[in-house]
Design a protein around this ligand. Structure first.
Ligand SMILES: [Zn+2]
Length: 158
């Protein structure tokens, strides 16, 4: 195979065209109740396993370890602690919009007060020197809510 005389490999980019399509999906009873809590009440709800007591946020219908169907709903947050975070400097596609996210931004996993699992969202701080595991944060709700996870605009440090 021939190689360029400079010795550098050529990196190719192939475009296969553009496509745009509307994508709808049904949330089901559990996600609907979760999103309606955000939209209508600015409240965050999870499900609690009556067998082991684990509180899941986002809510799950079945407890993984117990295989028990969960029908008890509990309010959690809106404050919690940072369990993990990443300051993102390379844009990725926002699945809600199809557009690249603005960087830098901070992806954060928050364990809300009263929950045993974490909720992934965004933090409004992008200076990693100001962020630490265990710091307290609070959900900031949008004024205009539509029934999605983005009814929480982001989390902020408190
Ligand atoms: Zn359980």
């Amino acid at each position: 195979m021939a190689q360029a005389s400079s010795g550098k490999a050529e990196l190719l980019k192939i475009s296969s065209g553009e496509a745009e399509m509307r994508y709808d999906w049904h949330c089901g009873a559990y996600w609907s109740r979760f999103f309606l809590g955000l939209r209508d009440d600015k409240k965050i709800y999870g499900t609690k396993c009556t067998s082991c007591g684990t509180v899941y946020v986002p809510p799950r219908e079945v407890c993984g370890p117990c295989f028990a169907k969960m029908e008890e709903w509990v309010e959690v947050g809106p404050e919690g602690v940072i369990e993990m975070f990443t300051v993102v400097r390379h844009a990725y596609t926002n699945p809600s919009t199809g557009q690249l996210i603005k960087v830098p931004c901070t992806d954060v996993y928050v364990k809300l007060d009263g929950a045993d699992t974490t909720l992934m969202h965004w933090l409004d701080e992008t200076d990693e020197k100001k962020i630490a595991i265990g710091m307290r944060v609070k959900a900031v709700f949008r004024e205009r809510r539509t029934g999605t996870i983005h009814d929480i605009e982001h989390f902020e440090l408190i």
